[in-house]
Design a protein around this ligand. Structure first.
Ligand SMILES: [Zn+2]
Length: 143
């Protein structure tokens, strides 16, 4: 694979650099009570950091906040829709409200989960085809 920038063939895959430059260390430590536990530490070279695989993208704070607001609103509508009689005790309303909330939560994670997975797969596939030129430092994607 030749670098499109300087033409050098001294290029390496991102995935290789990442594996080379990342080490998971395990250490043993003992707590105050004498119980032993293992600690894990991650060390990475700056280049390995740059060549890291994509992180699983999150929904984003704003979107999840809006999701919660929307779910609460829908759950409230459900309570109204089923005409929970006002003389009924509050826990019936609360029950209807929270069970709708729980159902919506499952629905959201299903919708967003699928979307995120597709996006992540795309990024990951691109990462697997990414190269870096050792000579000039340029990153490029294999075609
Ligand atoms: Zn180059």
């Amino acid at each position: 694979m030749n670098c499109p920038h300087c033409g050098s063939d001294n290029t390496r895959k991102h995935s290789i650099i990442y594996q080379e430059g990342t080490s998971h260390g395990k250490g043993e430590a003992s707590s105050w009570g004498g119980a032993k536990y293992t600690t894990e530490h991650l060390s990475q070279t700056p280049l390995a950091q740059r060549c890291s695989p994509p992180e699983r993208p999150g929904i984003g704070k704003l979107l999840s906040f809006l999701g919660i607001l929307f779910s609460a609103w829908v759950a409230y509508q459900v309570v109204i829709l089923f005409r929970v009689p006002p003389e009924r005790s509050w826990w019936v309303k609360a029950g209807a409200f929270f069970s709708s909330l729980a159902l919506l939560r499952i629905f959201w994670s299903f919708v967003f989960g699928r979307h995120r997975k597709a996006r992540y797969d795309e990024l990951y596939a691109a990462w697997e085809k990414s190269w870096v030129c050792v000579k000039c430092g340029e990153s490029f994607v294999e075609k």
